[in-house]
Design a protein around this ligand. Structure first.
Ligand code: GLP
Length: 242
């Protein structure tokens, strides 16, 4: 695991965007695994800026996102599709038919997950997977205790994740209780993994996940077993590491 120290959030975003753009330049028809959450927003903004300057071409890129809320449609401003479209897809020359997220409006969980596993397999697997890190160590929506063997599955969100998400919804009742997420097995099959982390509030979980024991209680700890992981974190997020 390679840990790259960034000065602050914007430095983290630029470094992460550099790694993603190198991937696109090296393999223009690559499959990017993408993530939502507040951490990667600056990374997407940087990629958009370089695209606007003519330095990046997304025309052959395929994207598969980690997760989507069950029950939210694409027009819902809190859906992850809406987020991705808003932050990246509509701002670059990516072909929308090559952007994939689990289908939040598919009520049959087994079907939604099966279909998404097929999408990833047919795309040829993920070349570079971008990840954020939840405060409890979750990646995607893989919550503490989840089996590492899981592929895409439907999860009941924990109380803490729902609380963390509440700020985006008008009331707690509106926060979706379930989501479809790539599983740890799916994530670990990505050829390369890039984790972005920012802020002092993530310092304790960074230490636990990347320097503590590998355990399903801290889902991100499994990344220690992957042979090509780069963590780009700012000084605040690395402040508990000696
Ligand atoms: C959500 C997403 C995760 C993300 C996490 C952390 O739960 N499903 O993929 O990593 O939030 O979000 P943030 O970057 O806002 O801390």
């Amino acid at each position: 695991m390679k840990i790259i120290k960034a000065r602050d959030y914007s430095d983290m975003s630029r470094k992460a965007a550099n790694i993603i753009s190198a991937q696109i330049i090296m393999k223009p028809n690559c499959v990017l695994g993408l993530a939502t959450g507040s951490t990667p927003i600056g990374t997407y903004a940087q990629l958009v800026e370089w695209y606007q300057k003519g330095d990046l071409d997304f025309s052959e890129v395929t994207t598969v996102n980690l997760d989507e809320y069950k029950g939210l449609d694409r027009e819902n401003e809190q859906s992850y599709y809406y987020f991705m479209n808003d932050k990246l897809f509509r701002r670059v020359n990516i072909s929308l038919e090559r952007t994939f997220l689990p289908d939040g409006m598919e009520p049959d969980s087994d079907k939604a997950c099966r279909d998404y596993n097929r999408v990833i397999a047919e795309a040829g697997g993920v070349d570079l997977q971008l990840l954020g890190l939840g405060h409890n160590g979750h990646i995607g929506f893989n919550e503490p205790g989840m089996a590492f063997e899981a592929e895409t599955h439907c999860v009941n969100l924990t109380e803490s994740t729902m609380k963390a998400n509440q700020r985006f919804f008008s009331s707690m009742e509106d926060v979706p209780r379930q989501a479809y997420t790539m599983g740890i097995k799916t994530i670990m099959q990505a050829k390369k993994i890039l984790v972005v982390v920012s802020g002092a509030d993530k310092a304790a979980i960074v230490k636990e996940a990347f320097f503590g024991p590998i355990t399903p209680q801290v889902q991100a700890s499994v990344l220690q077993l992957h042979n090509d992981v780069t963590v780009v974190a700012d000084e605040a997020a690395l402040s508990e590491i000696g």
